[in-house]
Design a binder for this molecule. Structure first.
Ligand SMILES: [Fe+2]
Ligand SMILES: [Fe+2]
Length: 454
């Protein structure tokens, strides 16, 4: 059991501390005279069971301690040990109501009375153990898509110690996230209460937002530059190497220049990219992964790769709302939240996009077909046409497996602990024929990268 004893008067503090420690086994008393040191003790000791304090510290008042504890959701019982009645102390008037276990003991008190209080407290200690603050974790890379949080964000230092890295309501930069990931911070945390408060099963991260207006011109420019970097980082986090990304990147620019020659497509692609949303981001990740898979699966890998990347960058380009692009299957629960009109938009986008790309004249029939088929699957449960498995080309298969994998990564928020779940789902989806070959290549690649990273 850990007790923090805050008292300015050294004699009183030492006297009572020695008294507690000599009468009770397994009790550690941490002494403090200032608020600053007390906070340090609370934060480094983890799980202080009881705080004994008077109203006056060397650097502040009781009210500041209460504010700190409330703000940081500490719930350990408090013993206000003072000559002053809490009713007469600024900010401490309601201290006994804050927690039913809080007590007031008038100072000076007879040692017996003090001992009785502590021993009662210790006897009930299990019941009194402060309720632990629970955290909700998510993969750090998810922060890249946003620049502002509606709640405090923490990183974990040890089993029970978390420190705040992003303040509620404050903007953060992609560079900052890059720095965190560079230091090996793969997961970040928010209070579970915050998570529950903002929980909305429609939005994946309702507590995060993208606040364009808060950015100045310079920052907007930086965002464009760092956008590509953060995409790299996301792909790397998934387990793809720098080399794989570089390979895709060269082709991405080639494809972009072809797209750029057709007005409609280029403005659509730019729109998606400038919005910094899911459409461009997941398209880019599909491009990298499909292109990497093609290297092991296709005889003419260079040609195949270029086609897959074209299809990846364009496949969802007619969807205006990122949440529409997030629907991978019509069986997805989230679809019930959309209006009939929106569901039609989702159902029709493969055909609409395929037609647009075909009419642009810059792309071959197999690219158009990949786009048309990107939501189909070998079990004939996809959309729009539930085509027969024999009708898929090899490129279709590679694309569908890569696209499914990327959808699952997003569904599970890039959480490394969900890797097995994702693999099981992929295996259930792609059991036979060339689909199975594609999946094996993907799984092998992931395994290889995992070993290289270890
Ligand atoms: Fe799509
Ligand atoms: Fe997509």
């Amino acid at each position: 059991m850990k007790i923090l004893f805050i008292e300015q008067n050294t004699e009183i503090r030492q006297l009572y501390s020695i008294f507690i420690q000599s009468h009770f086994e397994n009790v550690e008393v941490f002494e403090s005279s200032s608020l600053a040191h007390s906070i340090e003790v609370i934060e480094t000791m983890e799980n202080i069971d009881l705080i004994i304090f008077d109203n006056l510290f060397s650097d502040g008042y009781g009210i500041q301690l209460i504010n700190y504890l409330t703000k940081n959701k500490y719930q350990m019982p408090l013993l206000f040990f003072s000559e002053d009645d809490p009713k007469d102390c600024d900010g401490l008037e309601n201290i006994l109501k804050l927690n039913p276990k809080n007590r007031y003991l008038a100072k000076p008190t007879k040692p017996d009375e003090f001992r009785k209080y502590i021993s009662d407290y210790i006897l009930q200690s299990e019941a009194l153990r402060p309720q632990e603050v629970k955290y909700y974790s998510f993969a750090t890379v998810n922060l890249f898509r946003f620049n502002k949080s509606k709640c405090d964000i923490f990183i974990k230092l040890s089993e029970k110690k978390y420190i705040k890295v992003i303040n509620k309501g404050e903007n953060y930069s992609k560079q900052f996230i890059e720095k965190l990931i560079g230091k090996g911070v793969r997961s970040v945390y928010i209070f579970e209460d915050d998570y529950l408060q903002y929980n909305d099963d429609f939005l994946d991260f309702p507590f995060l937002e993208h606040d364009r207006e808060a950015l100045g011109n310079q920052e907007l420019e930086d965002q464009v530059v760092t956008k590509q970097k953060s995409l790299h980082r996301i792909v790397q986090e998934v387990g793809f190497t720098e080399e794989a990304i570089k390979l895709a990147e060269d082709n991405v620019s080639r494809v972009e220049s072809i797209v750029g020659s057709g007005q409609v497509l280029s403005s659509l692609l730019n729109q998606a990219r400038e919005r910094e949303d899911y459409v461009y981001e997941h398209s880019y990740i599909v491009a990298v992964i499909a292109s990497k898979m093609a290297k092991d699966l296709e005889g003419d890998a260079v040609k195949a790769r270029r086609k897959l990347i074209s299809a990846a960058l364009l496949h969802d380009i007619t969807l205006e709302k990122p949440e529409h692009a997030m629907i991978d299957s019509l069986a997805d629960d989230k679809i019930s939240k959309f209006s009939k009109k929106e569901i039609e938009i989702i159902k029709n986008h493969p055909e609409k996009t395929a037609k647009l790309v075909e009419f642009s004249g810059g792309f071959t029939k197999d690219i158009v077909d990949i786009i048309l088929h990107h939501h189909e699957d070998p079990k004939q449960t996809g959309f729009p046409k539930q085509i027969h498995p024999n009708l898929f080309s090899e490129l279709d298969c590679i694309f569908i497996v890569a696209h499914k994998y990327v959808s699952l990564l997003y569904r599970y928020h890039f959480d490394p602990e969900k890797e097995d779940k994702i693999k099981i789902e992929l295996k259930a989806n792609f059991r036979s024929g060339f689909f199975r070959d594609c999946l094996q290549v993907l799984l092998k690649e992931l395994e290889r990268n995992k070993q290289a990273a270890a």
